[in-house]
Design a protein around this ligand. Sequence first.
Ligand SMILES: [Zn+2]
Length: 116
Amino acid sequence: MKIPILCPKCNKPMLTHFSYHPTDGHICCKTCKQYNHDVSFFSHEKDYDTVHLIMITVNLTSQLHISFDFWQNKVFIYQELDPKNNASLTTIPFFEPDFSNYDDLIKKLQTYIVFL
Ligand SMILES: [Zn+2]
């Protein structure tokens, strides 16, 4: 999956920042944080154009987040801001999220969580 330039929800250019992790190397993050949505796309120095991880906040009030890990082929559900502390509640079978309709995707993810 290619890293999008525009936010799939509001169609505005996403903020880009780079960070370095001693074990992972250079990471690029494109993110859009608004009052009603919060989504981040991560890529790795091996290929900055290809998505390696996506973080979506499914519920801004309860801070429920989902991450799609394209390297591990896993979908993690978190109730934590920092995915690196491994505080995932659970995992669900991997699927590639469809961003053609962001609101539908969020509804689908919320439905998944209800049935956990
Ligand atoms: Zn946005």
